[in-house]
Design a protein. Structure first.
Length: 88
């Protein structure tokens, strides 16, 4: 159960950070908050360090980019990864 729910919850948290960094705050703090949270979540899930860094950079850019606040990309990606791991 943990293997399925953790990626979905992680994606949801990244989407919440993206939504919370709406407007000018996102341009300045979105990258730092999104990258730090993603790296921490990756370490909780024991993702290899190199892959964690790449994911953290991608999530930081996602949280920093304007007009992505209402796109649940993190949750969708987490759901896809959970579905893929459950089917293995």
């Amino acid at each position: 159960m943990k293997k399925v729910l953790l990626p979905i919850i992680s994606g949801l948290l990244i989407d919440i950070i993206d939504f919370a960094t709406f407007g000018p705050l996102g341009l300045y703090g979105g990258f730092v908050l999104g990258a730090a949270a993603t790296y921490f979540l990756c370490m909780l899930q024991r993702v290899p360090q190199r892959q964690s860094i790449y994911l953290a950079i991608a999530a930081g850019l996602y949280c920093m980019t304007p007009l992505t606040e209402f796109i649940p990309l993190g949750t969708a990606l987490g759901a896809y990864l959970a579905w893929r791991s459950a089917s293995e």
